[in-house]
Design a protein around this ligand. Structure first.
Ligand code: HEC
Length: 165
């Protein structure tokens, strides 16, 4: 029967089209963001990373067993999740250290897109977890969420960013 053959074929085509998209490309598509030029993406991700650095500094007392005032905590946690959500769209091909002299992004990001996406997802999930805990106000939950988030920055940098020195 023609029809019963056509349906599974169509499904297989749809599935293979889905899997051909790299995780990064799929996230870019899902974010709906207009594709940025490599230079624009570099500038935008540097701003996002600086915002993450500022939020990280604001939250640092948590790692030393101190508290952060609720308003500052919530602002920093929101920055983490909002900036984190932007990152997937900010690494277009052609924006590595090999392409742009100002970049510290290693070509590994594009040769290992699954690994990079996984590192990014781990960070994003932890950032959203922290935002939720910050809203809830339970100190133990906040500390646990920050303990989960904190190493995800360095874990990604270690593999995908050229150290500055
Ligand atoms: C999924 C990977 C990934 C995660 C997660 C990540 N970063 Fe980055 N970060 C990078 C890459 C790659 C660069 C280099 C970008 C470039 O130069 O093109 C970078 C650059 C930076 C910079 C330098 C920005 C500049 O140009 O001055 C800072 C600061 C920074 N990250 C802080 C953080 C902090 C803090 C966190 C966690 C809260 C974090 N990053 C999470 C990948 C990541």
């Amino acid at each position: 029967m023609m029809l019963s053959r056509l349906i599974p074929l169509g499904t297989a085509a749809a599935l293979s089209a889905f899997f051909v998209l790299s995780p990064l490309a799929a996230q870019e598509a899902a974010s709906g963001a207009a594709a940025l030029s490599p230079a624009e993406a570099l500038k935008t991700r540097a701003e996002a990373m600086k915002a993450l650095g500022g939020a990280n500094r604001a939250l640092a007392p948590l790692a030393a067993g101190q508290t952060v005032p609720a308003a500052a905590l919530q602002t920093a946690a929101k920055t983490m999740s909002e900036e984190g959500d932007k990152l997937a769209a900010l690494f277009p091909a052609g924006s590595s250290i090999a392409d742009l002299p100002e970049s510290y992004a290693l070509p590994t990001i594009w040769s290992d897109p699954e690994g990079f996406s996984a590192a990014l997802e781990k960070f994003r999930k932890a950032a959203h977890g922290l935002e939720e805990a910050a809203g809830g106000g339970d100190q133990a939950a906040i500390n646990a969420a920050f303990a989960e988030l904190r190493p995800t920055c360095g874990a990604c940098h270690q593999t995908y960013r050229q150290p500055k020195n």
